[in-house]
Design a protein around this ligand. Structure first.
Ligand code: AMP
Ligand code: FE
Ligand code: FE
Ligand code: ZN
Length: 283
């Protein structure tokens, strides 16, 4: 039928990493993947930095893809790493740069301490090598894991986490992270909408009501780590609290995860809801 041959309904991918955090591809390459997947819009959501946004926007414009400015902020509550996605924030908002810089400085110091510990426990890697692997990115454990694999102390990144730098492993060092409510407020002050990332991996639904009270605007419902049951569960929670729903592939590329750009069924409509929320906040 002719109807089935017309353009597919629009889809978006609102969770993408680049070499500006722990992704393996440049912003330009990620935009090219989005073009191949025929996405209407994407958000670059690197960890604790906005550096990928401008180059992605420059590549997205001629490709006819809308680029939503985004970020994935590091927060923590006790032992839980809480990731907060921010959308439509103004990169030039006062105070934002300073907070991001502090998070990145914290990552640098933490990486130095991790390398010291690794040297002490007999799995030496050089800090210079870790720096080179991180390149333009704030240093994350995936960069250290890559160095551990290179040095032959582990055969896979998973094994590097398991044996050395995962939460219960001997060279784990916590990083400087924001209080989740402070992360929500930081995103809102910058004119953005704060969204709780992959709540299904976080497994801390107890945090949601408190974050809603502080201005949380959405919940990531579609994510590669969410099965159908989780998707429905978080749709229901979003409905209960009047939150927007979002989703994305959490694409890192290379050996870092198995997702591909555009592999989550996130309809363009979710973007309209987010945009309306960002505009309402700006008033
Ligand atoms: P960091 O923010 O530096 O503590 O690093 C956390 C990041 O490491 C997460 O965002 C994931 O992308 C990645 N990660 C966590 N566990 C693993 C694992 N087992 N294998 C590979 N990457 C992982
Ligand atoms: Fe990551
Ligand atoms: Fe995350
Ligand atoms: Zn992510």
């Amino acid at each position: 039928m002719i109807g089935e041959m017309t353009a597919p309904p629009g889809f978006v991918d609102l969770h993408l990493h680049t070499i500006h955090s722990d992704g393996m591809h440049t912003p330009e390459e990620v935009v090219a993947f989005a073009g191949r997947a025929r996405l209407a819009a994407i958000a670059i959501t690197d960890h604790d930095t906005l550096d990928g946004i401008a180059p992605a926007a420059a590549a997205a414009r001629p490709a006819g893809i809308e680029l939503i400015p985004g970020v994935e902020l590091s927060a923590s509550d006790g032992p839980s790493d809480v990731h907060l996605l921010g959308y439509f924030l103004d990169p030039a908002a006062p105070g934002l740069d300073e907070e991001l810089l502090a998070l990145r400085d914290g990552r640098f110091l933490r990486a130095q301490r991790t390398v010291e510990l690794l040297n002490r426990i007999g799995a030496p890697v050089s800090f210079e090598r870790v720096l080179a692997i991180a390149g333009p990115a704030p240093i994350g454990r995936p960069h250290i894991a890559t160095a551990l694999v290179e040095a032959g102390h582990a055969t896979t990144m998973d094994q590097a986490f398991e044996r050395f730098i995962g939460y219960h492993a001997p060279a784990f060092v916590p990083k400087r992270a924001l209080d989740p409510a402070a992360a929500v407020e930081l995103i809102r002050r910058a004119g953005g909408v704060a969204v709780l990332a992959h709540p299904g991996s976080l497994r801390r639904d107890d945090l949601i009501p408190g974050l809603v009270a502080r201005g949380l605007g959405g919940i990531e419902v579609w994510h590669p780590k969410h099965d159908g049951t989780r998707v429905r569960h978080y749709q229901k929670i979003a409905g209960k609290h009047g939150l927007s729903i979002t989703g994305g592939s959490d694409f890192h590329g290379g050996g870092r995860g198995t997702s591909t750009v555009g592999d989550q069924p996130v309809p363009t409509g979710v973007l309209d809801s987010l945009r309306a929320r960002a505009r309402a906040c700006a008033r």
